[in-house]
Write a protein that binds this ligand. Structure first.
Ligand code: FEO
Length: 174
């Protein structure tokens, strides 16, 4: 694969793992606040982000290109409310969307059609990621300072299930 694309793909692995750590930190914050449903939702998000990184790792291996693992930065902490947490989720996902778009642009510039197709899954996933966060922010805004509204949303968040994300055409890990 093109060298610039391989470097950007390796950097994306790091961004996905950082995303995982950020959501794990948010999950811990929610657990400390007694918001177990949100803690669960954010933990599932952590698992998904790890899988996003793992799937790029696997893709590079299948293409025969070197994987480079970089240090993962310490995630943010110290939110004041669940609404603030989800506003940060959305803001973070927007940065990831931009990063994926940049990868897709590079793959098109270097005419790497296989990688362009691989990245389509990520482009679509980002629409869902931003949509989920936006939806939860709207509901938290509706609840405002109403504690029973917050607890109802927390219960809804506890229903999230985890299914390992499958990128079409990617052979399983060894
Ligand atoms: Fe892997 Fe939330 O983007």
């Amino acid at each position: 694969m093109n060298e610039k694309l391989v470097k950007a793909m390796n950097e994306q692995i790091n961004k996905e793992i950082y995303s995982a750590f950020l959501y794990l930190a948010m999950s811990e914050w929610a657990m400390q606040k007694g918001l177990k449903g949100a803690a669960h939702w954010l933990y599932v998000q952590y698992l998904e982000e790890m899988a996003h990184g793992q799937n790029i790792y696997r893709y590079l291996q299948v293409r025969g290109d070197p994987v480079e693992l970089y240090p993962v930065a310490k995630p943010e902490s110290g939110w004041n409310s669940l609404l603030e947490v989800y506003r940060d989720v959305l803001a973070h996902e927007k940065t990831v969307t931009a990063s994926i778009a940049n990868l897709a642009n590079i793959s098109q510039d270097v005419r790497d059609h296989a990688t362009s197709i691989f990245l389509e899954w990520y482009v679509t996933e980002q629409v869902e990621e931003e949509g989920n966060a936006t939806d939860i922010i709207q509901r938290l805004q509706l609840a405002g300072d109403n504690l029973s509204g917050l607890l109802m949303i927390d219960t809804e968040l506890s229903a999230r299930t985890f299914a390992p994300p499958v990128v079409p055409g990617l052979p399983p890990a060894p």
